[in-house]
Design a protein around this ligand. Structure first.
Ligand code: NA7
Length: 545
């Protein structure tokens, strides 16, 4: 640990300059708390700084995938697209950082490597890649659910002589695939978004698919003047509806009440023809994940889920001309939505291009990566570039990649060896004065993550104000409260279909990671009510001194 004299000392330190961290820094300053934010990148943006692969855009409509706390930002920013792309979202966060004058309290280009709690002083000491340390009474990890990219452990991976890319660490400069033979490994959200634009450039594109996923059409378009006007007038009301889960931003922000009419109804109450008409409207006009909200219980009732799944399977057969490819693209063996639904543009249409070929790894698994391409059990495919769209060590990876050591030398990596545990996804027993924005055990990426982050920032702001008002300098979640929350999270997950797929929601995509449903599946509204109840009971489940 650095000498005490060298250490910069503030009241609160925030890690990560994405949506959560920037808002947190602003909130701390509003509360008069001296704070610094540490960011590994050279700019703000968080996941939108790193994930700049072609086609990267959000799957929640931008008007709702944005901050609600600042009337100034609302008044001065206009989204150009229904679903903004990565570049526009990053520009938005740059605008926010400048407009709120946040940069002066951000230390860029410093990766936090270790965070250790000093029991005697009741403070956190963070050491960063710059060799500098910073000490703070409170440490708030805003490190994001999708931060640490996963590279598959394929023999020969590092011997490829061409160029390799990972979707989550895309180069700053435009990558030109013109005239190139490109292989893309992975058909999750990142793969399905980047495959169509890469196919437009590449000479040949080989898509290496291990598990066919469900992809829906985003139906992205430039925002209309009428929508801008509607938003300017109704933003407050729409956000109230969003927090009440009446609208989700998954394609329904500008839809009419008529469009939503059957959302709370049972799919079985409709004839197959009626259901088909409802799905068609959502596929063609609604777009995005609106299909998932057509009826109630899609993520809790297997039969309802299968009805929705079958509609998408039918669409794949309708769109993809080659019969074998259409069959290979059919998702099966898991419920729609249990792996995150992919929202893209013309993913299935791309397989009708003469330069694109699907390689079904269930039929011909990858044996190795060679200096000149990929060897499957059936053939060798010559390639100039390989794109790994192979996902993340989600929800916990960014936290466990930091050497976090809590009270009495307790290491977080050890603590979470059998599965991540937390109280409300906000704090962890044994780690006093540490807070996590969107941590495992909170709704996080299962809901509109910007909305979820705002709720966490407000909760944390309230907690820190309470501590100050009471003269406390230290808090910790009790073991009992954390255990009760874990039991509740598991019970909620049992009621859903999320456990039925090998997805990053469960950590199933990371070899050796314990299989636990990581985000809270009980819904954002009950979750927020629980947090509100905790806050209004003087922080039930927390010990303070
Ligand atoms: P995902 O959704 O985890 O997708 C990763 C993809 O990579 C998925 O198709 C995997 O197949 C595939 N994969 C992973 N390892 C391998 C190996 N070894 N061989 C072949 N294929 C492999 O990550 P994304 O980046 O697309 O999306 C993550 C989230 O970011 C997304 O949900 C949005 O919230 C934004 P598998 O299904 O495991 O068989």
């Amino acid at each position: 640990m650095a000498e005490q004299s060298e250490i910069m000392r503030v009241e609160a330190v925030v890690v990560g300059a994405g949506f959560g961290g920037l808002h947190m820094l602003h909130k701390l300053r509003e509360l008069g708390i001296e704070a610094r934010l540490i960011e590994a990148a050279d700019d703000v943006g968080g996941t939108w700084h790193w994930n700049r692969y072609p086609g990267a855009r959000c799957d929640v409509e931008s008007v709702l995938y944005s901050y609600s706390f600042s009337p100034v930002i609302d008044a001065e920013w206009r989204w150009s697209q229904r679903y903004a792309d990565h570049a526009e979202i990053k520009r938005y966060l740059q605008f926010v950082a400048d407009r709120l004058d946040l940069r002066k309290h951000i230390r860029f280009n410093e990766r936090v490597e270790r965070a250790q709690f000093d029991d005697d002083r009741s403070e956190w000491v963070l050491t960063t890649s710059s060799g500098q340390a910073i000490a703070a009474r409170f440490c708030i990890m805003a490190t994001g659910p999708l931060t640490v990219g996963q590279l598959p452990d394929i023999p020969g991976r590092d011997e490829f002589a061409g160029t390799t890319y990972h979707s989550a660490r895309w180069p700053q400069q435009k990558v030109d695939f013109t005239g190139k033979r490109v292989g893309v490994i992975g058909t999750g959200s990142s793969g399905t978004q980047l495959i169509p634009p890469v196919a437009e450039e590449a000479k040949r594109l080989f898509v290496f698919q291990r598990t066919a996923n469900f992809t829906v059409q985003a139906r992205n378009y430039p925002m209309t003047e009428a929508q801008h006007a509607l938003w300017a007038e109704n933003a407050g009301e729409m956000r109230v509806k969003m927090r009440a889960n009446v609208i989700t931003g998954a394609g329904d922000a500008f839809m009419t009440d008529e469009f939503r009419a059957h959302q709370q109804q049972d799919a079985h109450a409709f004839t197959p023809q009626e259901r088909q008409a409802i799905f068609e409207e959502r596929w063609r006009i609604g777009g995005g994940s609106t299909l998932m909200g057509a009826f109630r219980n899609v993520m809790t009732d297997e039969a309802t889920n299968e009805i929705v799944s079958n509609f998408v399977r039918g669409k794949i057969r309708e769109v993809v001309v080659d019969r074998q490819t259409a069959e290979d693209l059919q998702p099966s063996g898991f419920p729609i939505g249990a792996k995150r639904l992919c929202v893209g543009t013309d993913f299935y249409e791309t397989f009708n291009r003469p330069n694109v070929e699907l390689v079904n790894l269930r039929r011909e698994p990858i044996v190795s990566i060679t200096p000149t391409g990929i060897q499957t059990e059936a053939r060798h495919i010559e390639l100039d570039a390989i794109v790994f769209a192979t996902g993340f060590d989600a929800m916990t990876g960014a936290l466990t990649s930091i050497d976090i050591v809590g009270s009495s030398g307790r290491a977080l990596r050890e603590d979470w060896r059998d599965g991540a545990r937390s109280y409300l996804g906000l704090t962890i027993h044994g780690f006093p004065n540490l807070l996590t924005i969107g941590g495992p055990g909170s709704p996080s990426a299962l809901t509109n993550v910007v909305m979820a982050n705002e709720q966490h920032v407000d909760f944390i702001g309230g907690l820190l104000a309470h501590l100050r008002a009471q003269g406390f300098t230290r808090f910790e979640a009790s073991e009992a409260a954390q255990q009760n929350w874990a039991t509740h999270c598991a019970a909620m997950a049992e009621r859903t279909l999320f456990g039925r797929a090998d997805s990053w929601y469960l950590g199933a995509n990371v070899p050796g990671k314990p299989r636990v449903v990581l985000p809270y599946t009980g819904g954002f509204v009950p979750y927020r009510e629980k947090c509100d109840a905790v806050a209004s009971s003087a922080y039930d489940g927390f010990t303070m001194r």
